[in-house]
Design a protein around this ligand. Sequence first.
Ligand SMILES: Nc1ncnc2[nH]cnc12
Ligand SMILES: [Zn+2]
Length: 337
Amino acid sequence: MTDLDTFITGLPKAELHLHIEGSLEPELMFALAKRNAVTIPYASIEDIRAAYAFGNLQDFLDIYYAGADVLRTARDFHDLAAAYFDRAAADGVLHAEIMFDPQTHTARGVAFETVIEGLLSGMAEAEAKHGITSSLIMSFLRHLSEDDAFATLAEAGPWLDRIAAVGLDSSEVGHPPEKFARVFAAAAAKGLKLVAHAGEEGPPAYVWEALDVLHVDRIDHGNRALEDEALVARLVAEGMTLTVCPLSNLKLCVVPEIAAHPIDRMLALGLKATINSDDPAYFGGYVGDNYRAIAGGKGLDRAALATLARNSFTGSFLPAETIAAHLARIDAFVAAQ
Ligand SMILES: Nc1ncnc2[nH]cnc12
Ligand SMILES: [Zn+2]
């Protein structure tokens, strides 16, 4: 390990953009296929990895939804979450706000309760084992209807006190935020925070809509906001957090190479960018790998990396005093270097 690797690993950080289904490693996919007698279209773990070459978001989503079919029981969801938190803990993650896609599972006949109880037990185990705190973001699939999202919000009723926020993910282009205006308003009325993927592949107009129509508390990705100066000014003025995912952007061809990633420009413009892994099992790395990729590919120095880590806590849904304690931890870590 280089000094910079050690710095990145030790830097206290939060992860704010992680799809738990996207942390399903090929080894676990294989093991769960066997445990549940589910047929998958791969002969080996190498075969699975070889399939992970994507030209765009939809190429990835097709493979990602198919892979999730091996998740059947609460134990499966527990094991999935436990494996993610083991990796996150090794990367210096102290807090994670993890997304899950209930519709991916309920559409296959897996009960909402099975999914959430499994995840919650994995989260509780991780807090006891690693001291990592976490919360859940229930994401609606935007290629489905608003009615479907309303049905999912209703199903979540008994667990609303265990869900921090709702989110919006899946195929972006052609499914603008506006499509979900009413269900987001209903979620806000129930006291939930709001996040939405916007500006990953979709135009700046979708980021404006996420702000003005959905009234989100955070933007997931937001890369294409940089095409619109007035939008950047608005995001900066509001101190809006962007949950940026460099290796995801590379694997989904949002950027041609890490050297072309706009993370440095985002910071220079005063945007509250954070670093996240999105779907680490599919995109070649967990949050530490994402920090290392931009540190190497963009030459970001330790001060910039510490800013990104600070942003991850200030952009979290933790109580203000907990955020302050985490920021003090970062200051102490940086001072000790
Ligand atoms: N990067 C991403 N964009 C949209 N939907 C997703 N679901 C999982 N990962 C996603
Ligand atoms: Zn995502």
